[in-house]
Write a protein that binds this ligand. Structure first.
Ligand SMILES: Nc1ncnc2c1ncn2[C@@H]1O[C@H](COP(=O)(O)OP(=O)(O)OP(=O)(O)O)[C@@H](O)[C@H]1O
Length: 251
């Protein structure tokens, strides 16, 4: 796989307070780097720097070997998705998804065909003519995902994108993300505080704590690292299974 993103020694402070400390990692095409981190660990700052919405104090950022720091956000070909889907309230689902193609002046018939195909993939075909306020939270997040995918970004930046959804919808969205990102070979950096979500969506794993990023060589090391608490959680569930009350069905 060819290397897409190289981040070296990224550092950021706010008012003398270090928020990102010497962050270094690489991302190859088609990978999903799941970054597990608690609230306040610096994840939003990291994603904003990648998207060009915030400047680092030090460090380098390269996409396919090109220095990204002087490149303005709208030319980075990255899409930043967060909990609240950003949709145009006055446009239909169809036109929300089509927007990125319309401003790029893609011929209407070709654009419409691409939108129809993507809406079908995202299970949104029957909602194409609805306005955003007529959709559920999960449906709105799928439209937001569609708006991002339609322009074929080189990198998707996801900041707790399913954090506002109920457990079942969240699980459905994780499966949809997996299906669509494999099919379109999308490279993503997916930040979450939920270890199950990280394990479900990630092909590679990292842990961000107080601005320090640890990348793990394999899922095994990620699970075993005490800071992720995953091994402790597994032990808890195993012990519960052994000690939980077992009704005696015989009597
Ligand atoms: N523009 C800013 N000015 C000053 N401090 C900031 C600014 N942006 C972020 N911070 C501080 O940097 C730290 C990390 O913030 P960041 O938003 O990156 O955290 P986060 O991991 O995304 O947290 P959350 O999940 O709660 O959004 C916090 O202590 C925050 O107060």
């Amino acid at each position: 796989m060819s290397e897409l993103l190289q981040v070296n020694g990224l550092t950021k402070q706010f008012g003398g307070q270090p928020v990102l400390r010497n962050i270094t990692f690489r991302l190859s095409e088609g990978e999903v780097l799941a970054v597990l981190g608690r609230s306040g660990c610096g994840k939003t700052t990291l994603l904003k720097i990648l998207a060009g919405l915030e400047a680092p104090d030090a460090g380098t950022l390269e996409l396919h070997g090109q220095n990204l720091l002087p490149v303005p956000p709208n030319e980075r070909q990255m899409v930043y998705l967060y909990q609240e889907p950003l949709l145009f309230p006055h446009l239909s689902v169809f036109e929300n998804v089509a927007f990125g193609l319309r401003i790029r002046k893609i011929p209407k018939a070709e654009a419409d065909e691409q939108v129809r195909a993507l809406l079908a993939e995202l299970d949104l075909a029957e909602h194409a003519q609805k306005a955003p306020h007529q959709l559920s939270g999960g449906q709105r997040q799928r439209v937001s995902f569609g708006r991002a995918l339609i322009i074929r970004p080189r990198l998707l930046l996801l900041d707790e994108p399913f954090g506002n959804l109920d457990a079942q919808t969240r699980a459905d969205m994780q499966q949809l993300f997996l299906r669509v990102s494999r099919q379109h070979q999308i490279t993503s950096l997916f930040v979450t505080h939920d270890s199950r979500e990280a394990l479900t969506v990630g092909t590679h794993f990292a842990y961000l704590d107080q601005g320090l990023l640890t990348s793990f060589p394999s899922v095994r090391e990620f699970i075993q690292d005490p800071r992720t608490s995953i091994a402790a959680e597994l032990t808890f569930w195993e012990s519960i299974q052994r000690t939980a009350y077992q009704p005696d069905y015989e009597n």
